[in-house]
Ligand binder design. Structure first.
Ligand SMILES: *[C@@H]1O[C@H](CO)[C@@H](O)[C@H](O)[C@H]1NC(C)=O
Ligand SMILES: *[C@@H]1O[C@H](CO)[C@@H](O)[C@H](O)[C@H]1NC(C)=O
Ligand SMILES: *[C@@H]1O[C@H](CO)[C@@H](O)[C@H](O)[C@H]1NC(C)=O
Ligand SMILES: *[C@@H]1O[C@H](CO)[C@@H](O)[C@H](O)[C@H]1NC(C)=O
Ligand SMILES: *[C@@H]1O[C@H](CO)[C@@H](O)[C@H](O)[C@H]1NC(C)=O
Ligand SMILES: [Zn+2]
Length: 438
């Protein structure tokens, strides 16, 4: 039942994989993404006063910088850390402006293109083997992830069932893995999604890691055995398939879906602002060019609609909703859209506390935890709030590693430690479902 993970021989590679590798990784083509990030920087600033915050918002808006953290200029305020990706042609003017205005900044990434192509942190050239010797310590393209899913569906039919819940804007299948033993007719279930935001590549890597661990350990690890016996896991490794694909082929830092807008050239909707829960209110943008654009109406995105339909249909037995994002190192629970405390706060809070403690026991990594509104920022129309409002009592969003040193470019060598610790947190949370919360 196990898959060998060590590379053995060069088996026939997949065509799409070959194509992608040739297209973006071959030395002949030399530069990833056509060298589009050459000279770009990522810098960190924390406005000290309201005036500074105002000035920053204005200049970020003018220069159309790409905010890494927080996700919108809306959230830029006094005392808030902002990580911002500045294009090469704007960096001189911007840094001069900061010096002039006496605003302190720190360069996180000196040259984004070089960081992207960093051989020591990207393993792209090695070990990218075809199945069954799947390497879980590299980032995988959408084609590779889908081939992996098909493969598991064939080889682990007793534990895994793969199906599609619809199609994306660009027509790609929205695949889910249902994981668990068919031990009885009625079982409670856990929903897990990754890759809602395209550029957060560690998410899909974690979803795959979760499945791998489950398959490798369910016989030897009593906790995993219990989980697969008593629960089903619905796992969606890549929620935003179009965006994820685009982040491999065109723009590494793409966040949204890829839907077109009738009035603007800008494409895409923030798939974590498009849900029908206080839709398009605070913390979401009505402008199609913004990274937190809420869309023309709730569930306008076919990906969101498909998942919402699925959750509505199965809400009687889905007891937990877990969504994986990056980066910030936080474990968040409702509400996102308001500061109020949820009913049953103590059950959810203690689940989060224990999960974070379990996570930290592995490599000492600290996660903050709490209601999303207070811990991260207020955002309306999020999937987590929607799941909670629709009767799923345990709704969580993880913001995985790191806290900005690599940001979205978390090196592949950190996939293992990140996933190992997160795994423990997820097991800890889901074990809660099997107990009664007072
Ligand atoms: C930088 O270049 C982009 C396109 O390459 C252009 O749209 C933008 O206006 C330029 N910005 C500045 C400040 O020159
Ligand atoms: C390249 O990656 C290594 C290992 O992750 C890191 O220590 C180094 O700072 C990176 N260099 C650049 C230019 O990003
Ligand atoms: C998964 O395998 C089952 C048979 O075991 C098959 O009926 C189903 O179509 C497969 N799923 C996909 C998406 O191919
Ligand atoms: C969850 O984590 C807490 C804190 O580390 C630990 O005491 C507890 O035993 C864990 N529970 C399970 C079921 O793993
Ligand atoms: C709160 O907990 C009680 C008892 O465990 C449960 O019946 C109820 O559905 C929970 N409510 C919410 C909103 O989670
Ligand atoms: Zn995200």
């Amino acid at each position: 039942m196990n898959f060998p993970e060590k590379p053995r021989s060069q088996t026939a590679a997949f065509l799409p994989l070959c194509w992608l590798l040739l297209k973006i990784l071959q030395p002949g083509c030399s530069h990833l993404y056509n060298d589009r990030y050459a000279g770009d920087k990522v810098i960190r600033l924390t406005p000290k006063t309201e005036e500074e915050a105002y000035a920053l918002k204005k200049i970020y808006h003018q220069l159309k910088v790409d905010l890494w953290q927080p996700s919108s200029i809306f959230y830029v305020s006094e005392g808030t850390v902002t990580d911002v990706h500045i294009p090469q042609n704007a960096s001189q003017a911007l840094l001069a402006f900061f010096q002039e205005a006496n605003i302190e900044y720190k360069v996180l990434i000196e040259d984004l293109q070089r960081a992207l192509e960093n051989k020591s942190s990207l393993q792209t050239q090695r070990n990218r083997r075809a199945l069954p010797e799947y390497n879980y310590e590299v980032y995988h393209s959408l084609e590779e992830i889908q081939s992996w899913m098909h493969y598991l569906n064939k080889t682990h039919s007793g534990l895994i069932h793969m199906f599609s819940i619809g199609r994306s804007y660009e027509g790609r299948s929205l695949f889910i893995l249902k994981l668990g033993r068919r031990s009885r007719a009625y079982k409670r279930a856990v929903w897990i999604d990754c890759g809602v935001h395209a550029r957060e590549w560690i998410g899909p890597a974690f979803c795959q890691w979760f499945v791998r661990e489950a398959l490798l350990t369910y016989k030897s690890d009593p906790a995993m055995k219990k989980l697969l016996k008593h629960l089903y896991f619905y796992i969606m490794p890549v929620f935003n398939v179009d965006g994820y694909h685009f982040s491999w082929t065109h723009d590494r830092f793409w966040r949204k879906t890829r839907s077109r807008n009738s009035k603007f050239h800008c494409r895409g909707v923030d798939a974590n602002r498009n849900w029908k829960v206080k839709w398009c209110d605070e913390g979401a943008s009505m402008h199609p060019c913004d990274d937190t654009y809420c869309g023309p109406f709730p569930e306008s995105e076919p990906e969101v609609k498909a998942v919402a339909n699925f959750l509505r249909k199965h809400r009687n037995h889905i007891k937990a909703y877990l969504s994986f994002h990056a980066y910030a190192q936080m474990l968040l629970y409702p509400y996102s859209y308001k500061y109020a405390t949820i009913p049953n706060f103590s059950c959810v809070e203690s689940a989060a506390y224990k999960a974070v403690k379990a996570l930290r026991s592995v490599h000492g990594i600290r996660y903050r935890y709490g209601p999303a509104s207070r811990t991260l920022y207020v955002s309306s129309g999020s999937s987590m709030d929607w799941a909670y409002k629709n009767g799923i009592p345990y709704a969580f969003a993880f913001e995985l590693r790191d806290t900005g040193h690599f940001g979205f470019l978390l090196p592949e060598m950190l996939i293992r430690p990140t996933c190992t610790e997160t795994m423990l947190a997820v097991k800890n949370i889901t074990m809660h479902l099997l107990k009664k919360c007072p």
